[in-house]
Each structure stands twice: as structure tokens, then as C-alpha cells.
Design a protein around this ligand. Structure first.
Ligand SMILES: O=C(O)CCC(=O)C(=O)O
Ligand SMILES: [Fe+2]
Length: 280
């Protein structure tokens, strides 16, 4: 596949994941990455996110059929990187691309798929935007695992509705339709093995701390019973050789990609490719 090296930008202020973090991701399907990103960079992203969504994150008019329908669990703003250069720089950076490849364990090209802002507004302010999100695996219409970076943009306490994971559940593979959210009881009924997966604890995040998870790990969020909005930026990446399996996806279909073709499109640029091997 032709990868335009010019599209891959270096952004200082994003560190490389450690071997211990990679091992933990492999084992659990998710990993906490303390201070992955320079907090000043994250604060700058928060300013821009607030310019797009208002100070509490609920003032943007949802674009029907474009912004994800995760309500009543959050307000969303999809693909901020299409219109904001800082979101673009960070989501398309070589540093994030390399971390995606390292965590997924394949030193092959990796591409950007999509990004989204997810704001959980306190339930006390908005009953319709701060509720818990049920247990689910993320929608992945291809044949290879993807990676999702969950980047809190403000200080997030355990009461503000962070993401929680069933550790090791990725080992069960796809369990039900991607994106379908169910209760804990129903998740256990559908896949009794999930009962043996320990659940990650609610955590606190400082700007710069990041969570990453892979496609098949089962996860959900608590409600925001705190006082402040919870701001999260979540860009998604996939191995560039992933093949579209035909699972309905507007994002893929509207770009003219057909089932069993690789996801090759200028909107899905490669953000990492391995160093060329010396020949001769
Ligand atoms: O934190 C959220 O609002 C959604 C979390 C989630 O399900 C994800 O990032 O895939
Ligand atoms: Fe999810």
C-alpha cells in the first residue's frame, strides 16, 4: 500500500508506551497510560473542544446521522480533526501511530479511522446526557483488532463516569453486535465466561493521562454523579491491512470501500509505518 510519509507529523509532547504497559494491554485488553501526553497540549485541546461544544459540552447541535447517538450517556462531536488543526496534529501524529502499533503488537502500517469528543454532563444538570453506558464491545467492521485512545481533557474523578473494563474479556473475541450496550446481568447471560473477568476500578485522571483499549474488550461507563462535565477525546486507529467485512458502516461505505477490500482512503491516512528494512 502506498503510504504518503508527508502526512505523518511529529508532535513533541507525546511519550512512547513502555514494555510493561504493552504487556498489560496484551493481558487485560486495556491499559492506563499516566502522563502519555504533555498536559499543556491537553489543556489546549480542552479549550478547542469547549469552543466547539460550549463550556459545559452540551451546546453543540447534534448533527443527525453524523454525531454518534450515545445519548443519554453523553453529548458527542464527531471528527473534530476535520475542522481543528490541533486535533488533527495530535490524532495524526507519528507518536500516536507508533504507540498504536506497539500496543497492538504489530510493526506494520497503522491508520487513523475516526475521532470523537464525548462529554458526560453531570446528571444533576442534564439527566439526558450523563447516564451510564451499558456493557459493550466497540463496533469494528473489519477483521483485525483496532485501538481506541480514551483521552480525558479535564481532571476526571471516579464519580464523573469514567470507562471501566472487564479485564481479559478481549480473549473471548467478538461476543455480540459491536456497539450494542447491555446490562451486566445480560452480558453474563450471553457470555458466562465474563463472570471470571475482574472489573477495573473507577479511577481518577489528570490532564495527560490516557486509557487505551482494543476492539474486543468489554467495557462500559458509570454515570456522571459529580459536579463537572467529563470531557474525553477518543481517536481510533486500525492496522492498515485490515479488510472491511461488510458490517454496515456509513463511514466506510460512503467512501466507496466495498466488503473484503482494505480500508484505503485519504480520510484514513497511515500515521505509522515501520522503518524500511535494509536490503543487501
Ligand atoms: O466514555 C465514554 O463516553 C465512552 C467510552 C467508550 O465506550 C469507548 O471509549 O469506547
Ligand atoms: Fe466503547
Amino acid at each position: 500500500m502506498a503510504v504518503d510519509q508527508e502526512q505523518i507529523h511529529d508532535v513533541p509532547g507525546i511519550r512512547t508506551v513502555t514494555t510493561t504497559e504493552i504487556e498489560s494491554f496484551w493481558e487485560n485488553g486495556w491499559v492506563h497510560l499516566p502522563q502519555l501526553i504533555d498536559p499543556d497540549l491537553v489543556r489546549a485541546l480542552l479549550d478547542r473542544a469547549q469552543a466547539l461544544m460550549g463550556p459545559e459540552g452540551d451546546q453543540n447541535e447534534p448533527r443527525i446521522g453524523f454525531d454518534f447517538e450515545t445519548t443519554p450517556a453523553s453529548q458527542s462531536f464527531r471528527r473534530p480533526s476535520d475542522i481543528d488543526p490541533l486535533f488533527r496534529q495530535i490524532s495524526h501524529s507519528a507518536q500516536i501511530g507508533r504507540n498504536a502499533a506497539l500496543l497492538l503488537g504489530r510493526d506494520s502500517a497503522h491508520s487513523f479511522f475516526d475521532d470523537i469528543l464525548l462529554v458526560k454532563v453531570p446528571l444533576s444538570r442534564r439527566q439526558d446526557l450523563g447516564q451510564a453506558l451499558g456493557w459493550h464491545q466497540d463496533k469494528n467492521p473489519t477483521d483485525r483488532s483496532w485501538i481506541y485512545f480514551w483521552i480525558p481533557l479535564n481532571h476526571v474523578g471516579p464519580e464523573q463516569g469514567g470507562v471501566r473494563y472487564m479485564s481479559g474479556s478481549q480473549k473471548l473475541g467478538p461476543l455480540w453486535r459491536g456497539g450494542e450496550c447491555v446490562s451486566l446481568e445480560e452480558a453474563h447471560r450471553r457470555a458466562p465466561r465474563l463472570k471470571s473477568c475482574s472489573m477495573s476500578e473507577p479511577m481518577s485522571f489528570k490532564p495527560g493521562d490516557v486509557m487505551a483499549h482494543c476492539s474486543w474488550v468489554v467495557h462500559g461507563t458509570d454515570a456522571n454523579v459529580g459536579k463537572e462535565s467529563r470531557w474525553v477525546y477518543r481517536p481510533t486507529y486500525f492496522p492498515s491491512d485490515a479488510v472491511y467485512m461488510g458490517i454496515p458502516s456509513e463511514t466506510i461505505a460512503e467512501r466507496g470501500i466495498r466488503p473484503f477490500e482494505v480500508l484505503e482512503h485519504t480520510d484514513f491516512p497511515a500515521v505509522h509505518r515501520p522503518a524500511p528494512t535494509e536490503v543487501g
